[in-house]
Design a protein around this ligand. Sequence first.
Ligand code: 5GP
Ligand code: ZN
Length: 111
Amino acid sequence: MDCLFCRIVAGEIPATVVHETETTLAFRDIAPQAPTHVVLVPKTHTPHAVALAEDAQLLADLFAAAGEVAKAEGVAESGYRLLFNTGADAGQTVFHAHLHVLGGKQLGPLA
Ligand code: 5GP
Ligand code: ZN
């Protein structure tokens, strides 16, 4: 298995897990860009976010989990950013779909 996030899901690479469901895993980003920076992934390998369209339930699971993460991180009221980098120009570096949950400060413009 050469996918970093599949290896984290499998427990082969340690990560600070903050939320887990049957289909999703959320863990702290190793290089946080905000006080809250959680990476939320589907447990099944999916190369990028748009490929999740093939599984509407999984997409719903991810967004439900994002809401739970935001609540647990204490940013549900103050606001947070949900971000999928998709492809090289967007800065995607890990080609296993993942939703960034960013918050805990006033976030800057996107680009
Ligand atoms: P991307 O740039 O592909 O949208 O996001 C990949 C994210 O994964 C980056 O924010 C990066 O800091 C994070 N990351 C890369 N390697 C690891 C790791 O081994 N553990 C954790 N927890 N995060 C990682
Ligand atoms: Zn993967």
